[in-house]
Structure formats: C-alpha cells, structure tokens
Write a protein that binds this ligand. Structure first.
Ligand SMILES: Nc1ncnc2c1ncn2[C@@H]1O[C@H](COP(=O)(O)OP(=O)(O)OP(=O)(O)O)[C@@H](O)[C@H]1O
Ligand SMILES: [Mg+2]
Length: 432
C-alpha cells in the first residue's frame, strides 16, 4: 500500500456506533472524522429494530462527515454476534502446469476446494483465510507461489455468518445512505488494530470485551488460529450491579464507570485510610461499600475470562499463547483489568488500544474503538487490494480470495522473479 487512500469504517456495536473517516497510508491512519452515536435497536450484535438502528447509523455517519467535511459513500462494516461461526478447513489440488510450478491460479483453486464446506442458504461465507500451505507433504509453507510440487494442500480458517443477520445489517447501512465496501468479522478487525506482529507470531489471544458480546481471536505463527463470539460483555456487569445493589440500570452503569475497579491494593488503601470499609454515595442518601461493588465486578470478569479461555485447549493454553492476552473493548477501561487477568490466568496481559493512528484521534485511543480503527486497516490491507472497481456487498461475498491475493503480493514484493504469468491471474496482477 504505497498510496494514500481515504476510507470509512462503521462499527455497529451494542452500545455505540462508531464511524471513522481516515486517510490510510502505509501502516498508519490519519483520522479525518469520527462519529459516535449511542446504539439503538440492537441486541447481542443482531438488528432487532431496523428503524432505530438505521437512524443511529445515520447519526454516527453524519457526525463523522461534519467533522471531516467529506461524504461517506461506502464503508467497511464490522460483523459480530453469536451467529458467526468459525471452522478450520483443508483443501488440496494437484499442480496442473507441466513444470509443476505453483501459480496464483493454483492458490485460487486450492482455496476454493477448502471453502467448499457445507454452506447452507441460511449461512454465508465471511472470510476464507489461508493459514498455512504444504507442498508434497512439506508443511509450514507460507507462500507457495513460484515453488515446484505435485500436490498443494492448504489449511484455512473459515468464518461464516447467518445470512439473514448479515442482510439486516447491510440493509440498515444502505438505508443510512452508505454502500457496504466489505464486511469484516469484528474480532479480526480489532486484532488488526491492537496486536503487534510479534504477538501474532508468538501466539496471542485478543479479547474485545464490548457491551453485549466478547469477540475473541487467537493468533499463532502470524496466522489466525481461532475466532469466536461470546454473548457476554459489560452489559452483564451492569446488570449484576443493578441486581446486586437494587438500583436501576442507568444508575448501575454510572456506578460501574465511575467507581468499579479491579485493583486490590486500591481497595485496601481506601479502606485503611478511612478506617472503615470505603463507601460510595449514590443518590438519595444510598450508599454501597466499595468492596461489595468490586466483588460483583470481579466475579463477572472471572466468569468472562473463563469463557474466553475455554476457547483454547484446556491443558495447554499457556503454550498456545506465550504472548498472553490483549484486552480490548470498552470493558477494558475497568481499572487494573490487565493486572487482574494476569494474576488470574498466569499469562502476560495488557490493554490494547489502536496502533498507528494519528490526527484527531484522541477518542480512538480508548480500547472501545479498536474495532472501528481495525476495520479500516483490514479493509485497506486485504480487501482493497482485490482491485475490483466496485466492491458492492454482493460482489465481495461471491469471491473471497482477498487473503490469497495478499499472500501473493508479499511474495512478489519479496522476489520479483516469482511474478507469475499474467494469463494465470490477471486480477492479481492488477492488485500488485
Ligand atoms: N470506565 C469503564 N469501566 C467499566 N466499563 C466501562 C467503562 N467504560 C465503558 N465501559 C463499558 O464498555 C462497554 C461498551 O464497550 P464497547 O464500546 O466496546 O461496546 P460495543 O462495541 O458497543 O459492544 P459490542 O462489542 O458488544 O457490540 C459498556 O458495557 C460500558 O459500560
Ligand atoms: Mg464492539
């Protein structure tokens, strides 16, 4: 990606809808406009009230447009929700050329064979990501184009989504006057913004703990190892506070944001200073003990963490993720969440905010905005390089070779001599 390109992304979250307009260049984005509107008409990542969601999207987009002076005609859009499923699928083809040289065409064929999984009319493909190739049984090949062999195998990570949920989301975006440039699974987008290449290579788990969902992605050897969407998030913490303290949800939300902490020492210091358990004054003379609040919050975080870890093989999770856990999403604003998770899981843990962002980006430095930033990064790195004139939503899903194309591009830039025949892949040629 040598040139500048202005793109827009929309993260339709359960608590907020965030639109970002940015000028993308190399590994950086210059933010031109940001719009954040409270989310309406959504539950656990699913549109439940079309009119409300459309209006909330409009509000967010218009805000970003006003800030930037630009009009959003199309955007990269995030997909979340329990309806997303992921699976790892294998593909195999024989190399057809007489000289047994692997061409981009072979790569396309092997991916097509891998994605030939049972996709019913109710479900559609969102991503087909090659994880690793093997050639004549030799494993661990990242870019086989230009190598010789008889048999090419690929292992892919496939993400599928419920067709109706995707259609409802796309309908809302379009009704807000924006075309869908590409649909991207939220956990991959957030990972793109908050993880470092080293972490992905070593093995890392990214947990985006939002409001209604927790989006998980595991990377190993720079490949997507696993993705999952869990139907829990900050909403459950707020609800626990509301129930535990007998207060309405908005009050519980405010208590959580203002007073909740996972820092044990802070609790102790406060209690000692006051020589009695520290109390928080709510309203109407009501109070709650700090330690009770912390108890409620830490129990729920323990539970969410356990659910996240259940996505890894039980006995060997530490060996899968030596780089530990990166925590994103609005719930990662809980003070000392990283230390709490580190103690609990006994792996490194840090809070992840978007990297490589500058311009009017203050708000985007909050872990809640990793997805919106990552959508733009993913879009520009993978989707835009497909080189298609118009990437309407329908066209995008018909052919999802984008990751193949990205691999090809890296091969070509590394070694010009590997550039394949143009007749083999004229599309890929344009992308390079
Ligand atoms: N300082 C804070 N302390 C604790 N929780 C917070 C804080 N700030 C925000 N949150 C919580 O973060 C959540 C919102 O996070 P985020 O913006 O990532 O969600 P979302 O993307 O809209 O939802 P989802 O990803 O589930 O679709 C809310 O539950 C909110 O209460
Ligand atoms: Mg989110």
């Amino acid at each position: 990606m040598g040139k500048n390109k202005v793109v827009a992304s929309i993260d339709v979250g359960n608590s907020k809808i965030c639109t970002v307009i940015a000028n993308m260049r190399n590994d950086e984005m210059q933010v031109l406009g940001v719009g954040v509107a409270p989310s309406r008409g959504l539950a656990k990542g699913i549109v439940t009230n079309y009119d409300q969601t459309r209006e909330a999207i409009k509000e967010s987009v218009h805000q970003a447009e006003r800030g930037s002076g630009l009009k959003v005609s199309s955007a990269y859009v995030g997909v979340s929700g329990r309806h997303l499923t992921s699976t790892n699928s294998q593909g195999v083809v024989a190399i057809s050329r007489n000289d047994r040289l692997v061409s981009p065409n072979d790569l396309g064929r092997v991916l097509a064979s891998a994605r030939n999984v049972a996709v019913t009319p109710e479900r559609q493909l969102l991503h087909v990501i090659p994880r690793r190739y093997s050639l004549d049984g030799y494993e661990g090949i990242k870019s086989p184009v230009g190598m010789h062999g008889f048999r090419l195998d690929v292992e892919t990570h496939i993400v599928t989504a419920e067709t109706s949920s995707v259609q409802n989301l796309v309908k809302c975006i379009r009704a807000a006057g924006v075309e869908v440039e590409d649909l991207i699974c939220n956990s991959l987008a957030t990972s793109e913004a908050v993880l470092t290449p080293d972490e992905k290579e070593m093995g890392v788990l990214m947990a985006d703990i939002g409001h209604g969902t927790t989006n998980v992605a595991v990377f190993k050897e720079s490949n997507v190892w696993h993705t999952a969407v869990l139907p829990v998030g900050g909403y459950q913490i707020t609800k626990d506070i509301a129930l535990g303290l007998g207060v309405p949800m908005p009050v519980a939300e405010e208590i959580k944001r203002r007073y909740a902490t996972l820092a044990p020492e802070e609790r102790n210091t406060r209690a000692k200073e006051q020589e009695k358990p520290a109390a928080i004054w709510i309203s109407d003379g009501h109070s709650v003990l700090q330690k009770d609040l912390n108890e409620i919050v830490s129990s729920r975080i323990e539970e969410i963490t356990a659910m996240v870890l259940a996505e890894l093989p039980r006995s060997e999770y530490r060996t899968v993720i030596p780089a530990g856990m990166v925590l994103a999403g609005g719930t990662a604003n809980l003070p000392q969440l990283d230390a709490f998770v580190r103690d609990l899981v006994q792996v490194p843990a840090r809070v992840g905010t978007a990297r490589g962002v500058y311009g009017i980006s203050d708000i985007l430095q909050n872990p809640a905005y990793g997805t919106a930033v990552g959508l733009a990064f993913w879009g520009i790195r993978y989707a835009a390089e497909e080189g298609l004139e118009s990437k309407g939503f329908g066209g995008r899903l018909k052919d999802s070779y984008k990751n193949t194309m990205f691999n090809l591009k890296s091969v070509w830039s590394e070694k010009n001599t590997l550039r394949p025949d143009t007749k083999d892949n004229s599309n890929a040629e344009r992308r390079a």
